[in-house]
Design a protein around this ligand. Structure first.
Ligand SMILES: NC(=O)c1ccc[n+]([C@@H]2O[C@H](COP(=O)([O-])OP(=O)(O)OC[C@H]3O[C@@H](n4cnc5c(N)ncnc54)[C@H](O)[C@@H]3O)[C@@H](O)[C@H]2O)c1
Length: 346
């Protein structure tokens, strides 16, 4: 039996993947504006540490559950954000079948939940749906260049299938579903060993190790600070009417990996030089969002420059790496990541 616990002031919102990097910042922002937040997470790549400060918050509840097994929750929901999915290549490739099932069966379960609760639904999709793009910058109407059999396919194709489910539920009038295509995002609470380019470089510099550059380092990425992304996700969930189309959320500033490494070295001086390694298979060469749609429909654009966001993130990693216990707790990848697996995608 569902309990009606509608919050007088705010909404009741389920955040799947709320103990992850982005999800925990989203939980913070929703609580700060007065909502009630139910965080569902299996901790497969996230960490209880990310939501530990919220443990005793009167409007926060934590449910440990895999979304592939989630049938119902005992409170009436107004909104569901689905951020549950491993996001870095070593993590989503550690158990590719589970990654695909999370995207398809897990998203299907959450959409059914949204239908039963008449809740709005936001899917955290990804720029990886564009694969190794032939069009640049990437607009939402570009259909992408994705391998359906490569090592990244469990994530790229899983996220594409999840988008299909969302738009089928929307078209058939079952769920008010929205889809955010998120480009590389960074900030405090990334895992130091998650294999993403910003965490790799910052952690290596802070530890005085050589910075690893894959390929020529001329491949590009666009980096969005996490507070900007969270503002975009909330704007997309709340905008009326539903855009009924995917919306890119990212920072259109485009940097080569070499430029990023130089910024890191200027910020965290280290005696170590860069070492070069071969580019992983299917690694995209260029990434930059066209955010015209988000600007027009959501009146949203990122505010935090890379230099400022990197500084916050470097400070956070410096503190986290100083606390070895906290670091070990955060490192919940199913198997150790070897350096050859680390890639620049996210
Ligand atoms: N951070 C980025 O740059 C980026 C870019 C594009 C898309 N995204 C998307 O945003 C979302 C959040 O990414 P993140 O960077 O915070 O990653 P993250 O790994 O830190 O967070 C994902 C969270 O989902 C949880 N999770 C994974 N599979 C689950 C399952 N089956 N059931 C329940 N919980 C599960 C993890 O434990 C973790 O807490 C992901 O869906 C990701 O695909 C992120």
């Amino acid at each position: 039996m569902l309990q009606r616990t509608r919050n007088e002031k705010g909404k009741t919102i389920l955040v799947a993947g709320g103990a992850g990097f982005v999800g925990s910042h989203l939980c913070d922002a929703l609580l700060a504006r007065g909502d009630r937040v139910i965080c569902v997470d299996s901790y497969i790549t996230g960490s209880k540490d990310n939501v530990r400060p919220l443990r005793n918050h009167p409007r926060f509840r934590l449910i440990e559950k895999d979304i592939c097994d989630l049938a119902e929750v005992d409170e009436t929901l107004d909104q569901i954000y689905n951020l549950a999915c491993a996001a870095s290549p070593p993590q989503y490739q550690a158990d590719p079948v589970h990654t695909m099932m999370t995207c398809v069966a897990g998203t299907g379960n959450l959409l059914s939940l949204a239908e039963r609760h008449a809740a709005s639904f936001l899917q955290a999709s990804t720029s990886e749906v564009y694969g190794d793009p032939i069009e640049h910058p990437q607009r939402e109407d570009y259909r992408g260049n994705v391998s359906c059999i490569g090592p990244r396919a469990c994530y790229d194709e899983g996220k594409r299938a999840a988008e299909t489910l969302c738009f089928d539920m929307l078209r058939t009038g079952k769920v008010d579903a929205r889809v955010a295509r998120i480009f590389n995002t960074y900030g405090p609470r990334m895992q130091p060993n998650d294999g993403r380019i910003i965490s790799n470089l910052l952690v290596q510099a802070i530890q005085g190790r050589p910075l690893t550059i894959y390929g020529t380092g001329k491949q590009t990425r666009s980096f969005c600070f996490v507070s900007d992304l969270v503002a975009g996700l909330i704007a997309l969930m709340d905008v009326d009417p539903n855009p009924e189309a995917p919306v890119n959320l990212g920072n259109p500033g485009e940097f080569t990996i070499n430029e990023l490494a130089e910024m890191v070295l200027a910020m965290v001086p280290t005696a170590s030089k860069a070492v070069r390694k071969p580019l992983p298979q299917d690694d995209p060469q260029r990434r930059r969002p066209d955010i015209s749609r988000a600007k027009e429909l959501l009146k949203w654009e990122p505010k935090v420059p890379l230099s400022e966001g990197l500084r916050h993130t470097a400070d956070w990693f410096t503190a986290a790496l100083g606390d070895g216990k906290a670091l070990r707790r955060r490192s919940r990848v199913r198997r150790p990541i070897s350096s050859s697996e680390i890639s620049v995608g996210a």
